[in-house]
Ligand binder design. Structure first.
Ligand SMILES: Nc1ncnc2c1ncn2[C@@H]1O[C@H](COP(=O)(O)OP(=O)(O)OP(=O)(O)O)[C@@H](O)[C@H]1O
Ligand SMILES: [Mg+2]
Length: 220
């Protein structure tokens, strides 16, 4: 379902250029749970962002369900992302002045749902993640693990087929790390494809397959 062909990404900044990805090709089947590991600076985040339609590669193609996402226009790609992909980040990226419920409503609103449907779906998701009694809390009023669960609920809002997670447990203690990976596992068992970048070997192990990046290349 995700097919990456000959992907390279070169960043240019202040007269310097960095080859972050160097001719990466890989396929991920529907329903897989993949972890991506590798040293700091090896290109893991860049690969995830390219995979998710968030940064344009310098060379190469990303196909999701047969659609070549960088052959789309920017608006078409944004709409494709909204319908098909959910993102989870190390720092959660919740909006501080919105409640948990409102944070989860954002992608639902972007997808054109009316207010009633947004509230219903967001409430349902937060309840599923054990946050039914925290709907009106702001991020700072939640524990770190709870904030990550709000972020996961938000990623699930539009029923994505794929979850892309960049160090989702990077800021969590061992218990909440374990809890978060368990949630990702459960989601995967419902048929969602999960791709997760992690530094934590114990977390990586809980995926079905591990891809290792070294200097922007896949290592065996
Ligand atoms: N926007 C950018 N502009 C210039 N160089 C960048 C940019 N983003 C990343 N890089 C460089 O590209 C390389 C790969 O970065 P990337 O963030 O993908 O690594 P990573 O494997 O996710 O690292 P980490 O484990 O530290 O998060 C690094 O050398 C980094 O300095
Ligand atoms: Mg990174």
């Amino acid at each position: 379902m995700i097919k990456i062909e000959n992907l390279s990404k070169k960043y240019h900044s202040k007269g310097n250029s960095v080859l972050a990805l160097d001719e990466v090709s890989l396929s991920i089947e529907k329903g897989e749970f993949i972890s991506i590991v590798g040293p700091s600076g090896s290109g893991k985040t860049t690969l995830l962002l390219c995979m998710g339609g968030l940064i344009h590669p310098s060379v190469g193609k990303v196909n999701i369900d047969g659609a070549s996402i960088y052959d789309m226009g920017i608006k078409e790609r944004a709409a494709f992302r909204l319908r098909n992909l959910g993102f989870v980040f190390q720092t959660f990226n919740l909006i501080p002045y919105l409640t948990a419920l409102e944070n989860v409503q954002i992608p639902l609103s972007l997808a054109g749902n009316n207010n009633g449907n947004q509230t219903e779906r967001a409430t349902q998701l937060l309840e599923k993640l054990g946050l039914g009694d925290r709907l009106n809390h702001k991020p700072r009023e939640l524990s770190i693990g709870q904030q990550q669960r709000v972020a996961i609920a938000r990623a699930l809002a539009n029923n994505p087929k794929i979850i892309l997670a960049d160090e989702p447990t990077g800021n969590l203690d061992p218990n909440t790390t374990n809890e978060t990976v368990t949630y990702l596992n459960l989601l995967n068992q419902t048929g969602i494809t999960v791709v997760m970048v992690t530094h934590n070997p114990g977390v990586a192990e809980r995926a079905q397959r591990t891809l290792r990046l070294v200097d922007g290349r896949l290592a065996g």
